[in-house]
Design a protein around this ligand. Structure first.
Ligand SMILES: *[C@@H]1O[C@H](CO)[C@@H](O)[C@H](O)[C@H]1NC(C)=O
Ligand SMILES: *[C@@H]1O[C@H](CO)[C@@H](O)[C@H](O)[C@H]1NC(C)=O
Ligand SMILES: *[C@@H]1O[C@H](CO)[C@@H](O)[C@H](O)[C@H]1NC(C)=O
Ligand SMILES: *[C@@H]1O[C@H](CO)[C@@H](O)[C@H](O)[C@H]1NC(C)=O
Ligand SMILES: *[C@@H]1O[C@H](CO)[C@@H](O)[C@H](O)[C@H]1NC(C)=O
Length: 284
């Protein structure tokens, strides 16, 4: 009986979900922010040990380059090469399924970071590309040259005072500000509700009185959002004469059915909202 149980346990296929480096003959054709690594003898194993590293490239000349998901990579593109060229790229990827893949051609390269978020490579023919944001996070290239990734999270009854902490502890990110109408419209598209008022906290505070705001009090804390472009009172920002007094208000992106197409509203710091928008800046 014991033997039978033992055999049964072993016949259940174990599901694999482990991080590996997959090496193929290939070269980086576009990758604006390579990090030079001093040794070429352990190019890919060093990448494997570095949290930020997603890709290694060992060139025929003996140089080693690493690529980080934290950099402002427009995209990283690479292409398969002939073995004789002696150029090797290594993808950090999770292997899933019940057995080792037979060939890399059928693989989807995807790595997981400590928050549980993933980064995926996009394969087209013999090339792979990478768009700096975590899977499901939206990338915005701002007019001031800053690139951010953001994502909206539904969290019922979220107090404003808890919103920044939620982003940092759950997502290793920060509550993010809206730098343009396009950004707040994207977040607005993520809100789904039949309520007439439904809102997600975003970064930014300011004081408003009657139907005007004192923009000199506008304060962002994310460290990379500036300006009032999203706070256009005519087209995007609702301040109601009755609703706001001369006190510090906290910006939200909200479903404001009666006031379409407006997408932003200043909420009171004491009230709760339905979620938060987290983000981070890609470095260059
Ligand atoms: C990827 O691998 C890491 C480390 O082995 C593991 O913690 C994680 O759960 C895996 N992710 C997926 C989506 O399988
Ligand atoms: C993958 O790349 C193709 C071709 O460049 C593009 O059309 C497609 O939108 C990309 N997919 C993703 C998920 O980025
Ligand atoms: C959090 O993000 C920063 C960069 O934004 C990175 O340096 C750090 O390693 C991350 N920490 C964890 C635990 O993922
Ligand atoms: C902006 O807000 C932060 C956090 O609430 C605060 O520490 C800082 O003093 C504020 N700055 C200004 C100029 O109001
Ligand atoms: C608000 O948007 C309207 C319409 O696009 C534009 O004419 C106006 O200049 C904008 N106001 C500000 C302060 O940017």
């Amino acid at each position: 009986m014991q033997t039978l149980l033992f055999l049964l346990l072993f016949s259940i296929p174990q599901s694999l979900a482990i991080m590996k480096m997959i090496q193929i003959y290939g070269k980086v054709t576009y990758g604006p922010f390579p990090i030079t690594y001093s040794s070429s003898t352990n190019c890919e194993s060093a990448c494997f040990k570095l949290d930020y590293c997603i890709l290694s490239w060992q060139t025929p000349e003996g140089s080693c380059y690493h690529y980080s998901y934290l950099d402002q990579s427009d995209t990283i593109s690479l292409v398969k090469t002939d073995k004789t060229e002696g150029s090797i790229v290594g993808f950090k990827t999770n292997i899933t399924g019940t057995s080792c893949p037979i060939s890399y051609t059928s693989m989807n390269f995807k790595m997981t970071i400590p928050t549980g978020d993933t980064y995926s490579w996009n394969k087209t023919g013999n090339s792979w590309s990478f768009d700096g944001c975590r899977d499901g996070w939206k990338r915005f290239d701002r007019i001031d040259g800053i690139t951010v990734c953001m994502s909206a999270f539904k969290i019922p009854s979220l107090r404003r005072s808890h919103a920044p902490t939620w982003c940092s502890t759950q997502k290793n990110a920060t509550i993010v500000g809206m730098a343009s109408i396009e950004e707040s419209q994207w977040v607005h598209g993520q809100l789904s509700s039949t309520y007439s008022y439904y809102a997600y906290w975003v970064d930014g505070t300011l004081t408003c009185k009657l139907d005007t705001c004192d923009y000199s009090t506008l304060n962002y804390t994310d460290g990379f959002t500036t300006g009032t472009a999203a706070l256009n009172l005519t087209t995007n920002f609702l301040v109601r004469a009755s609703g706001n007094s001369d006190q510090v208000m906290y910006l939200t992106v909200a479903v404001l059915r009666e006031f379409a197409p407006k997408t932003m509203y200043p909420g009171s710091g004491g009230s709760a909202a339905d979620g938060v928008v987290c983000g981070y800046q890609l470095k260059n």
